[in-house]
Design a protein around this ligand. Structure first.
Ligand SMILES: Nc1ncnc2c1ncn2[C@@H]1O[C@H](COP(=O)(O)OP(=O)(O)O)[C@@H](O)[C@H]1O
Ligand code: SF4
Ligand SMILES: [Mg+2]
Length: 348
């Protein structure tokens, strides 16, 4: 985990990214009646060699952010600069060249691998689109090398996905992600479908590959505990927005946003004494519909600290005024009018 030390310029600069999906009604004449605000003004940087964890409940826009990074969706507004160039509106050959450097690892190793293809064909598939990376005669050797890199027997090259366990299938997915020597890997809940005992193995593998190949990761999860050890920085999402972002220490030990504090309070702690003493925050209700988000602060319908101001004024993602003059880990971006560092009190 190299933090921001790996390079002087961010490898990705995302600014004011918006993705609205139109809501329509009618069969013959489709009328637009609104929009699902899946992503609504997201900004962040990704630095070479670092891991940015992206966390939030289901439906808050994480996968849509991932798809936008990979140009699988086009943004409604905003920009995604890769090494200074806005890639969000590229097409054709220019897009293909950029895509090679940004690869995806999917959530579900059961459905993301074609059951009728051999492991060799699955891992080597990206070479069909970029034959320059591995000339035809060299592909088998290259695929076997990739199997070895992810800790699988190179002799497995002719086997089919159903012959592997969940953890092994995710290794195959990672090998495919590495095939084109990317600089960035966007991993959308890569271990969420795996048994807890296997999750750590896959995360350890990803960490090893990161230092071996100098990869930058966007690592998406719905659970804060999963991303803790792999992330240099964490961004917490709620209803299409980033509500708090900071270093691993700033978020896990000094969260100031009530939503992050609630997510942290749900993370199991192994120490029973600590577990008994700590404050548990139960989030009431479900995430509101992104087609009709609450006015002002989007979290206010579930926030135990909400006041009249929260319904009127949308709090910006910035260092809160009370911490602006301070130094130390409470000084980080948090979109809350009443941001408060409860420090370890929250956690036990
Ligand atoms: N193609 C789509 N059309 C309409 N709505 C979508 C589409 N993709 C995602 N959404 C909606 O956008 C919101 C965010 O979804 P998603 O990015 O998948 O969230 P997450 O990955 O955090 O669970 C959800 O309300 C989802 O239903
Ligand atoms: S701005 Fe208000 S409603 Fe939003 S998180 Fe802060 S206290 Fe809660
Ligand atoms: Mg998702």
């Amino acid at each position: 985990m190299s933090g921001t030390a790996g390079g002087r310029e961010p490898i990705l600069e995302v600014r004011d990214l918006v993705k609205h999906f139109p809501l329509t009604r009618g069969v013959l004449v489709r009328r637009r009646i609104g929009a699902v605000q899946a992503v609504d003004g997201v900004s962040f940087d990704l630095w070479p060699g670092e891991t940015l964890g992206i966390v939030g409940e289901s439906g808050c826009g994480k996968s849509t952010v991932a798809k936008l990074m990979l140009s699988l969706e086009r943004p409604t507004a905003g920009s995604i600069r890769y090494k200074g160039e806005d890639i969000s509106r590229l097409s054709g050959r220019a897009l293909k060249a950029v895509r090679r450097n940004i690869q995806m690892v999917f959530q579900d190793p059961y459905t993301s691998l074609n059951p009728r293809m051999t492991v060799g064909d699955i891992i080597g598939e990206p070479f069909d689109i970029h034959p320059d990376v591995a000339p035809k005669g060299d592909r088998r050797r290259r695929v076997q090398e990739l199997l070895d890199v992810v800790g699988l027997n190179p002799e497995y090259v002719n086997r089919y996905p159903h012959q592997f366990s969940g953890g092994q299938r995710q290794r195959i997915g990672i090998a495919r992600g590495l095939a084109l020597n990317p600089e960035i890997i966007v991993a959308d809940e890569p271990v969420s479908a795996l048994d807890v005992s296997v999750q750590a193995q896959v995360i350890n593998l990803m960490e090893r590959l990161q230092s071996e190949f100098g990869l930058a990761y966007m690592f998406i999860a719905h659970d804060l505990s999963i991303v803790r050890h792999i992330s240099d920085r964490v961004a917490v999402m709620y209803l299409g927005r980033i509500v708090e972002t900071g270093t691993e220490e700033e978020i896990y030990e000094h969260a100031t946003h009530p939503y992050t504090q609630a997510l942290l309070s749900a993370v199991p702690v192994p120490d029973p004494e600590l577990s008994r003493r700590r404050e548990r925050i139960i989030l009431a209700g479900d995430v509101p519909s992104p087609a009709n988000p609450p006015s002002g602060c989007r979290f206010r319908t579930r926030c135990w600290k909400a006041q009249a101001l929260c319904a009127e004024v949308d709090p910006p993602l910035a260092v809160p005024a009370e911490y602006a003059g301070a130094s130390g880990p409470a000084r980080h971006d948090s979109a809350c009018h009443f941001a408060e560092d409860k420090g370890r009190a929250v956690r036990g």
